[in-house]
Structures are given as C-alpha cells and as structure tokens.
Design a protein around this ligand. Structure first.
Ligand code: F6R
Length: 237
C-alpha cells in the first residue's frame, strides 16, 4: 500500500502522472473510471495533458464503476453524461470503447463483469470513497465476493448526492455498481479522497480492521493500491 498526502491540486497531478506512466507502458490499458466531485481535478489535468500531447488514450478502454438505475445516458445526472462531459469529450479515447453500466437494462448487470474479463481485466481502477466507506455504490455490509449488481442506496448516500439534483426526492433510490470483487480484481487501484468530511472514513479504511462494514477497508488486502489524499482528508492518520 502506498499513501500519498498533499494538496488537492498536487494529488490530482500525481494521479495524472500515474496515468501517464501506465499508458506509456501499456497504450491499450483498460481503465476503471469513477464519478463524483473527487476526480474532477484529475480529469481536468488529464484533459489538459491530452490536449498538450503529453498523454494519449486512443488505444485505451474504460469501464466505469456505476450508474443510477432509471437514468439513461442523456440525463444530465447520469454517470455516462458526467464522464462524457468531464473527461471523454476532452480526450482522444474512442467513445465506443468507454463503458458505463446500463441504468436502464439492469438485467444485464452480470454481463458487465464478463465484458471486463473479455477486455483482459482492468489495469487500473480509480476510486473515490463515500462518507460511509462505500466504493462504487457498494454500501456497508456488501459482501466482499460481490460482482456487478443492483443496490438500494442508503439515505446517507442519497442525501450526500442530493446536491446535484433539484431535491432529494429526485435522487434515484437504486444504482448498478461493480461489486467489491470486481474492484479487487483490478491489477492496480488508486483511491482519491479530498476534504475533512472524508478524514474519519480514511482513517477507518487504512488503519481500521478489514470489515464489510467499511467496504473500502478491503483495499488493505489489494497487492497494488495507492491512496492519493489531501491534507484535510489525511488529518486523522
Ligand atoms: C462514483 C462512486 C462513488 C464516489 C463517492 C465519493 O462513481 O462510485 O463511490 O466515488 O461517493 O463521491 P465524491 O467524490 O463526490 O465525494
């Protein structure tokens, strides 16, 4: 486990350096993407570097962690829309090689793991972390053996995400998410955390017991995991 602590600007740059190294070594790498506020600085940096010719995604593929059930990719709160707006439209990736679980055809959830395997497996999975320790939308109590599946969102997650919707009533009640096992199968994982609201859960994730009650704590068992944490989120370590 590697832990990098710096300002939020610097961790975004250092995480971008990690992508540069990976794509130099393996231009057709399979990337695992995340949404939320945390990766926005990283995505802006990757977009900037791609425009400057410092990195290319033209042979890469990507699989996102999760999607809200009931929202199609044209909905401005869908995670497909988020990825297009914040990353894919600004880099040279082939959009046909970017995948986000379907929030509409949820019967196909288990095919997502098969598609990842058929692509050769994820080389590097990016994660944020929920205030309750969720990764993807794997809420506390999710079995470590889980694969891509539909979940009911907790009230804590729905209220944390309500800021993006007109009201909490509009926040979907369910999501489809890669499972914990899907994430752990990635050859490498980078988790980013920003801000004091994440300080307690970052301590529990890195220094607490490995327990399904703190889904991200499973990362202690991953052979190649890096945490990129800003000073505020690292305050209790
Ligand atoms: C997003 C995702 C979630 C977020 C987490 C943190 O695809 O899977 O686990 O990473 O909820 O969200 P932010 O970054 O908004 O604090």
């Amino acid at each position: 486990m590697k832990i990098i602590i710096d300002t939020k600007e610097k961790i975004a740059e250092m995480a971008a350096d990690r992508y540069v190294r990976l794509l130099k070594e393996k231009p057709n790498a399979v990337l695992g993407g995340a949404t939320g506020s945390t990766p926005l600085g990283l995505y802006a940096e990757l977009s900037r570097r791609c425009k400057a010719g410092e990195i290319s995604f033209k042979d890469a593929m990507s699989f996102n962690l999760d999607e809200y059930v009931g929202l199609d990719g044209t909905h401005d709160q869908s995670y497909r829309y988020f990825m297009n707006e914040n990353l894919f439209n600004h880099i040279d990736i082939d959009i046909n090689k970017t995948f986000v679980p379907s929030g509409i055809d949820t019967d196909s959830a288990s095919d997502y793991d098969k598609a990842i395997q058929a692509a050769g497996g994820i080389d590097m999975q990016l994660l944020g972390i929920g205030n309750n320790g969720h990764i993807g939308f794997n809420e506390p109590g999710t079995p470590f053996g889980s694969e891509t599946h539909v979940v009911e969102l907790t009230e804590s997650t729905r209220s944390a995400n309500a800021r993006f919707f007109e009201s909490i009533d509009e926040v979907p009640t369910h999501a489809v998410t890669m499972g914990i096992k899907t994430v752990m199968n990635a050859r490498s994982v980078i988790l980013m955390a920003i801000g004091s609201a994440k300080a307690e859960i970052i301590k529990a994730t890195i220094q607490g017991p490995v327990t399904e009650e703190v889904p991200a704590s499973v990362l202690q068992l991953h052979p190649d995991v890096e945490f990129y944490i800003d000073y505020e989120a690292a305050a209790l370590l």
